[in-house]
Design a protein around this ligand. Sequence first.
Ligand code: ATP
Ligand code: MG
Length: 390
Amino acid sequence: MDNLILIKYGELTTKKANRSTFVKLLANNIKKVLGNTQYNIKFDRVRMYIECNDCKLIVEKLLHVFGIHGIVVCHKVNNNIEDIKSKVLELLKNETFKTFKINTKRSDKTFEIHSMEMNNIIGGYVLKNLDTKVDVHNPDIQVTIEIRQEGTFIYTNEIRGLGGYPVGVQGKGMLMLSGGIDSPVAGYLALKRGVDLECIYFESPPHTSVEAKNKVIQLAQIINEYSGNIKVNIVPFTKLQEAIYKNVPDSYVITIMRRMMYRIAEKLSILHNCKAIINGESIGQVASQTLTSMGVINSVTNFPVIRPVSCMDKLEIIDISKKINTYETSILPYEDCCTIFLPTHPVINPDINKCLLYEMTFDYEKLIDECINNIETITNLKNEEFSDLL
Ligand code: ATP
Ligand code: MG
């Protein structure tokens, strides 16, 4: 195989005690995204190397892997001045830059041309063929030429990876995934910090449509590109939601509904070995997301609730959703169970005692158990059954 991709772990290396676990997990995650592509992988505690023929395809896939901070594509040629010249020129022709620098490292001392002389020969050749200038202090692009016994490796600037930690290093979290813009972004950000995901989606047919459900599955598929393990749990929420609307004053229905969602998410998290609930709440965005509302809703559980977008403005969240390709799906106009029968004046500062009182008026525990017992779980988002959703 002619090329070598060098992977830098970045932040991983600060966690000395866990480093080897992190690196093994990262290697497994990389193997998962690379699938049947032809390559060889080697790693130590500081770097990972992938030998391959088709670098472009592999780099594209690596750009979906958290825990990779830098990617350097090294092109291998024979230890022969003509081969080196033409590879350097070929690489530079594909880049946009004004100034450059050649940096030769000669570890094969049997190679007859010394490093400085190589810099001059290759630099001169580039200047003759391209409209550019040398800048040795602050070049737009640096070409490194490493001459080793097994061949010469040539590479230009490092490609920035996604950063973060390898997915799964923190175990799993339960993402409350709706069809909106915020929750897929919240899921992506949790994956970035090494939290693998299961999703929970509350549907209320016939009030919510099958299109709304498919939209959520599609969003899960998109963020699954960063994990590969994501499952979607679909909770039949209709009966519980109808009971809330029947028994609770209008202004409190959303608060109580969200307390029920948290209760169900916590129960399912325990059953499925998830260590936290993750959602797309953002402070002040709607009545149920004032700090008072969040407190009253959150008080039904002691489980950690992670809100990765809680301090972001909507426009910042939208920027990320565009970057990760969930935006176009999120804005499809299907109703979610939170938006049907929306009260005209939802309470902004709910009173916990009122919540407890309203919840005593119907047997919600039984309805919650019914929800849990009738969950539909989609375990393989890559199945053909769902492939036409993307
Ligand atoms: P938007 O992006 O339009 O704000 P949203 O999904 O964030 O949509 P909110 O009403 O702000 O809608 O809900 C806050 C959070 O609650 C969501 O980000 C999501 O985590 C969770 N949530 C809301 N509705 C559902 C649902 N039907 N199933 C699962 N989680 C939900
Ligand atoms: Mg929201």
